[in-house]
Design a protein around this ligand. Structure first.
Ligand SMILES: N=c1c2ncn([C@@H]3O[C@H](COP(=O)(O)OP(=O)(O)OP(=O)(O)O)[C@@H](O)[C@H]3O)c2ncn1[C@@H]1O[C@H](COP(=O)(O)O)[C@@H](O)[C@H]1O
Length: 110
């Protein structure tokens, strides 16, 4: 399931050197972090709106599309800052089986 993330991460890295006129990702890297964060913010809002629509209509197809846009732009943001998807997958793996309530209690009891 994660192969596509790894392959996409490689492409995003390669796009740092590519011509911005022929690549959307290169154009984002060239415009810089603020532009990338603007896109992450836009896609977050669109995902929230699509989730509300999905609840109302029972049709999650727009939500899947918007979440893919959000994940994609989040990967561009991470790549721009030199962070690969492995770091996020490792963090999720570390948290696996650790109850969110227990984790929160361990922080707030300190
Ligand atoms: N997965 C994606 C992907 N998902 C979404 N997008 C683009 O993200 C943009 C989403 O922006 P919006 O929906 O806001 O549309 P827009 O109005 O055109 O955007 P703006 O003009 O506001 O920036 C669109 O241009 C989509 O085509 C993506 N562009 C690229 N990829 C992957 O990245 C690879 C490299 O892409 P290039 O760098 O363009 O070759 C591709 O082969 C794909 O695998």
């Amino acid at each position: 399931m994660t192969d596509v993330l790894k392959e996409l991460a490689k492409v995003l890295e390669q796009r740092k050197q590519a011509d911005a006129d022929s690549s959307y990702v290169s154009s984002l890297h060239k415009k810089g972090l603020n532009k990338i964060l603007e896109k992450v913010g836009e896609e977050t809002t669109e995902t929230i709106l699509a989730a509300k629509d999905a609840e109302r209509s029972g049709d999650a197809s727009d939500l899947v599309y918007e979440t893919a846009d959000l994940w994609f732009h989040s990967l561009v943001m991470l790549s721009h800052l030199g962070v690969g998807p492995d770091a996020i997958l490792n963090e999720l793996e570390r948290r696996f089986d650790l109850s969110g309530l227990e984790e929160k209690a361990s922080r707030t009891n300190k």
